[in-house]
Write a protein that binds this ligand. Structure first.
Ligand code: NDP
Length: 241
């Protein structure tokens, strides 16, 4: 048996075409899982052996169809990783209602849309592991991110509550809270601000998408984390929360 017991398990990752999601997809493939992933705009990953599905997490019907397509083609879904997310940063007085709605719809309602169609199936099968990607911003707040931090704090509340409900069905739910990870999401941050953030991180570097992927694999694993549910695993180089 492979150490993490994820081989041949069907796992869906939202936003798996780039960034953290792509690193999760790549690692799960290495671990022998059957991986499906969604993307919104374009697919840069195109990995052999994966099922890539265009689907916007804000579209409830599309997310229902994803679950049906994956189960038809690959079999019962064991793991789901709610990873897709966006930022639309601005200081609160300048934040538009559109910015607020877009971030909440994608990062929080999107998690709901992702989990809603698959959770009853997991309950029926008495098997499943859910991992939601939250953020250091959702734990401690961050300048210019009232919308984003609210969506990510909401995701923690959703995950912890779901864990309480799901336990009796043998289904686990956990969150991973990355600090600052080198992906496209960091690109809009000015260099000066990046230097300041870096000086606050005891491990003296930004995280890599792979750092997050390993935490996700641990939480998905029926072997490594069978007694872990309702938790938030921080992957942030001891950046204070
Ligand atoms: P990227 O910007 O690199 O990638 C975002 C991913 O989300 C893309 O795959 C994108 O798809 C997908 N996505 C965005 N909106 C939607 C949507 N409406 N429907 C479907 N897919 C969508 O970000 P990261 O990889 O850095 O972020 C991944 C997750 O990690 C996010 O939830 C983010 O909030 C979180 N996170 C990131 C941190 C960081 O420092 N990078 C820190 C803490 C948390 P497409 O390419 O098609 O647009």
């Amino acid at each position: 048996m492979a150490p993490l017991g994820l081989e041949d398990q069907v796992i869906v990752v939202t936003g798996g075409n780039r960034g953290i999601g792509a690193a999760i997809v790549n690692l799960l493939l290495e671990l022998g899982s059957k991986v499906a992933y969604t993307y919104r705009s374009h697919d840069e990953n195109s990995l052999m052996g994966t099922m890539a599905i265009p689907a916007d997490v804000t579209d409830e019907t599309a997310m229902q169809a994803v679950v049906e397509q994956v189960e038809d083609k690959l079999g019962p879904i064991y793991g789901i990783v709610a990873n897709a997310g966006i930022t639309k940063d601005n200081f609160f007085p300048k934040l538009t209602t559109a910015n607020w709605d877009e971030v909440i719809d994608t990062n929080l309602k999107g998690v709901y849309n992702t989990l809603k169609p698959v959770i009853p199936r997991m309950y029926e099968r008495r098997s499943g592991s859910v991992v939601c990607i939250t953020s250091i911003s959702g734990e401690r707040g961050n300048l210019g991110q009232t919308n984003y931090a609210a969506s990510k704090a909401g995701t923690i509340g959703l995950t912890k509550s779901l864990a309480l409900e799901a336990a009796r069905y043998g289904v686990r739910a956990n969150a991973v809270s990355p600090g600052f990870i080198e992906t496209d999401m960091l690109k809009p941050i000015p260099d000066k601000v990046k230097q300041r953030i870096l000086s606050e991180i005891p491990l003296s570097r930004f995280g890599k998408p792979e750092d997050v992927a390993w935490a996700v694999a641990f939480l998905l694993s029926p072997v490594a984390s069978s007694y872990v549910t309702g938790t938030v695993v921080r992957v942030n180089g001891a950046h204070h929360t």
